[in-house]
Design a protein around this ligand. Structure first.
Ligand code: 26Q
Length: 822
């Protein structure tokens, strides 16, 4: 009964309604009477996708037509989170879609919740890539993301008997309405085998790689909309499949097992995301994944470059590649191979192109997280690349010897090959040698790269090093996730800040306005009630939305020190048990995060959190003042619920260990105050929001280094600090493990004997600081002021600012935007 012009592009409410019904019938294949919430979600998602497509195709056409220099962001992980709400916001359709769904008697928020999030990343690094895609599209930067379409993403976490249990994440179960498979743009990728060399009739030295296996990469494209920019860039994720020819050749020659084996090999490559962050074990499948997506992406870039009519010699003028950590750094050798072996260029020209194409972002300071591959494995999987790396290395080291004569120690330290004992290929060194720029992700991190982790490279090439402090997108992390605060902000300062976060500074003057502060508190309370209901539904724990919400959500890692947080909780617990009726403001401690499945101590930390939670939450003497909640399966979707609701953000890593952190930014933008160390981006956040609006504690990175050098004895601190001793003793006593004195021994012994992350050294400073936090929270007016100053001064931490810095200082991109209307 509805008549509309075009139900695939029109954005009027009647057209949207008709489109949802049409998509439900023709795409989902259901009648409204029997459709589930998931069916309605799909129908709505297709309706939104239809409205993206014109922008998407126009954007692509414009980039080609105007020969625009394009960024290619290569990342093994893209932790996108659900798309629907974000796409609706970016299209400017929030009101129209709400109206259309409500007229159809559909609950929009319920439909949004149906989307299963593509969890194709571990944590910070993958989520940063997603924020950067958002900003690239918003700013109209010609850009493409390249990665792997894992069939199984980050595992789902459940808690059984207090322990983490992993379940697989088959996120594609109900289909993915956002992606388009493009089989016509497939590429082939080779593995194994051997190389042959000869001199061609002109006397040129030529190499041919005779592979052992060949697989096919099929691209799946997802549009990435900018915020009201009219731009839709592309995220291109590769799926591995068997090549028909390889498969049938063996099959027809009677090698049935070989044929099936080849198919299994091929299909395995994009099967599953490795759930380890920052802990490397040399697994061959992981190297296969890295080479697979990097080779697919570079071949694709070359093909698109040539299809647009450009000569291969100009590749680096139109194509720039950003390496998201070392995971795609094999690309340096792969581009050399493609240019020399496939496109016939000489070494020097190929090196000129390659070394002007790549840039490398480092994300870690942990020495154990620097990627290295055992040489025999590397050589058998990628024999041609190993030859190329040897050649790059020979030329690099001879230049190095010229620059630093008689310094063979330096040569050994900087070589692309680690020759101490078992031999390894050092991927960070390959990335440094092959890149035009090398960047860290926060000011301190970049300084530590220069002075420590990559010091030799800094001495050789100081001009390559540059800092780009991370940022996060205010679209997803504020406008989508915190509609209550967003609405209040819009009522005072309009909405331009969503696309230009520097403008949130206009909020500053309201910090001194008591009526506004009351509104601010009411909004905060409403958001906390939302989270309270979620906690009750998922854990059965009743928390008080009037209590302080103190949140630590991030991967579980010793350097992030979730157990330091626990030491304070236990300190408060002991105090309350000793002094019943002690006046402390009520607090709810919220934890969320996954442990790598093979990381025993991290899993034990989860068990300790859940065990402490059980005792405290069930102790009537304290549970009006203390609650401890571990929320299972922390992911992007849950992050969107918790960042807005937190009063206090825990950023308590050992100084010098957290490269940047990005959760710290999401919390502060939403008005949480931070308790933190001088680590990563905390330092810059504290400068931005004002020292008086940030709870600082702990040793500095320099003090940490000095303490370790001087000989650190945690046992002495245990002996001299009464409160700490009681807390540790209570863990050992079995109070939280039903009398089992051994359960937490590995954790406690590690602290008493070595404590590599200096929890004991920072304990007293942390406890004192937390006590100050408690006092400050009792003064609600003062707290609200600090909260508003935090939100108002976080403009710098928009990923839009980070991307502008990448464009100016690294990518040399000056042309933005498309012809398309917004
Ligand atoms: C490597 C090889 C084999 C298997 C897994 C990995 C692997 C996977 C993921 C290694 C590292 C990661 C992820 C690292 C990461 O998330 N680092 C974080 O990056 C953020 C964005 O820059 C920073 O804010 C964090 O400080 C940093 O810890």
């Amino acid at each position: 009964d509805l008549i509309v012009d075009d139900d695939r592009t029109s954005i009027t409410v009647p057209a949207l309604k008709q489109a949802i019904l049409d998509n439900l019938f023709y795409v989902v294949g259901k009648r409204a009477e029997v459709a589930t919430d998931m069916d309605h979600f799909m129908a709505l998602a297709y309706t939104v996708r239809d409205r993206i497509l014109a922008r998407w195709l126009t954007t692509k056409g414009d980039y080609v037509k105007h020969h625009m220099r394009t960024v290619h962001y290569l990342s093994a992980e893209f932790l996108m989170g659900p798309h629907l709400a974000n796409n609706i916001l970016n299209l400017g359709l929030q009101e129209a879609v709400r109206q259309a769904t409500s007229e159809l008697d559909l609950d929009l928020d319920l439909l949004i919740k149906q989307e299963s999030e593509p969890g194709l990343g571990n944590g910070g690094l993958g989520r940063l890539a997603a924020c950067y895609l958002d900003s690239l599209a918003t700013l109209g930067v010609p850009a493409m993301g390249y990665g792997i379409r894992y069939e199984y993403g980050m595992f789902h976490q459940t808690i059984r008997d207090g322990w983490q249990v992993e379940l697989t994440d088959y996120w594609l179960r109900y289909g993915n309405p956002w992606e388009i498979r493009r089989p016509q743009a497939d590429v082939e990728v080779a593995f194994g085998g051997h190389t042959q060399s000869w001199r061609d009739p002109f006397g040129e030295y030529k190499v041919q790689w005779i592979p052992g296996e060949v697989v096919k990469g099929i691209p799946y494209d997802t549009p990435i909309l900018g915020y009201r920019s009219g731009v839709a860039n592309t995220l291109r994720l590769w799926r591995s499949e068997a090549t028909e020819s390889f498969y049938f050749e063996r099959f027809n020659s009677g090698d049935y097992e070989g044929a099936v084996g080849a198919k299994v090999f091929a299909e395995n490559i994009s099967k599953v995301l490795y759930p380890n962050d920052e802990e490397i074990r040399g697994k061959e499948l992981r190297l296969q994944q890295q080479y697979f997506f990097t080779s697919c992406s570079l071949q694709d870039m070359i093909r698109r470059h040539q299809n647009a009519g450009h000569a291969i010699e100009n590749f680096h003028e139109l194509c720039v590649v950003q390496l998201n950590d070392t995971h795609p750094s094999i690309g340096v050798a792969e581009l050399m191979r493609l240019l020399i072996d496939i496109h016939g260029l000489g070494w020097d020209k190929a090196w000129e192109i390659t070394s002007h194409t790549f840039n490398y972002t480092n994300h870690t300071l942990l020495p154990e997280a620097l990627e290295r591959w055992p040489l025999p494995m590397f050589g058998s999987l990628l024999p041609r690349h190993l030859e190329i790396i040897y050649e790059i290395n020979a030329r690099f080291l001879s230049a190095l010897r010229e620059r630093f004569p008689n310094d063979e120690d330096r040569v050994a330290r900087m070589s692309l090959i680690d020759e101490h004992g078992e031999r390894y290929v050092r991927m960070a060194h390959l990335a440094c040698v092959g890149s035009e720029h090398i960047n860290g992700v926060a000011r301190l991190h970049t300084e530590l790269l220069k002075s420590d982790v990559l010091h030799d490279f800094y001495e050789l090439w100081p001009e390559k090093f540059i800092n780009v402090t991370n940022g996060v997108t205010p679209r997803r992390w504020l406008a989508v996730s915190n509609p209550e605060q967003t609405e209040l902000m819009i009522s005072k300062i309009g909405q331009d800040w969503i696309g230009d976060l520097d403008r949130v500074s206009q909020l500053e003057r309201y910090a001194e306005d008591s009526a506004f502060r009351a509104d601010w508190r009411n909004v905060q309370y409403a958001v906390k009630v939302r989270l309270t209901q979620y906690i009750a539904n998922t854990t059965g724990i009743a928390v008080d939305p009037k209590s302080m919400f103190d949140a630590q959500v991030k991967r579980i890692h010793e350097y992030k020190r979730q157990h330091l947080n626990l030491l304070y909780i236990l300190t408060q617990y002991q105090r309350l048990k000793k002094t019943p009726g002690l006046e402390i403001p009520a607090r709810t401690f919220l934890f969320g995060g996954k442990a790598a499945p093979g990381y025993f101590i991290a899993k034990l930390i989860i068990k300790l959190i859940t065990s402490v939670a059980e005792v405290i939450n069930n102790d009537p003497e304290v549970n009006q003042q203390l609650k401890v909640v571990f929320l299972p399966d922390y992911n992007v979707t849950f992050g969107q619920l918790v960042y807005p609701a937190a009063d206090l953000s825990e950023q308590i890593s050992t100084a010098g260990k957290e490269a940047s952190g990005t959760g710290n930014m999401k919390f502060a933008m939403n008005g949480a105050l931070t308790i933190g160390t001088l680590d990563g981006a905390n330092i810059e956040i504290r400068e931005a929001v004002g020292h008086e609006n940030f709870f600082l504690f702990g040793l500095t990175a320099a003090e940490v280094a000095a303490k370790k050098a001087a000989g650190y004895h945690p046992h002495q601190i245990y002996e001299s600090n009464g409160e700490l001793r009681e807390v540790i003793d209570s863990i050992v006593s079995g109070q939280f493990s039903r009398g089992d004195r051994n359960l937490f021994r590995p954790l406690v012994d590690g602290l008493l004997n070595t404590d590599p992350y200096l929890l004991f050294a920072d304990y007293q400073s942390y406890v004192d600081c937390q006590d100050q936090v408690g006092k400050a929270y009792s003064d609600q007016e003062g707290w609200s002021k600090m909260s508003i100053y935090n939100a108002a001064r976080m403009g710098r931490f928009s990923s839009d600012r980070s991307i502008q810095e990448y464009c100016r200082n690294i990518w040399n991109i000056t042309r933005f935007g498309v012809d398309a209307p917004q």
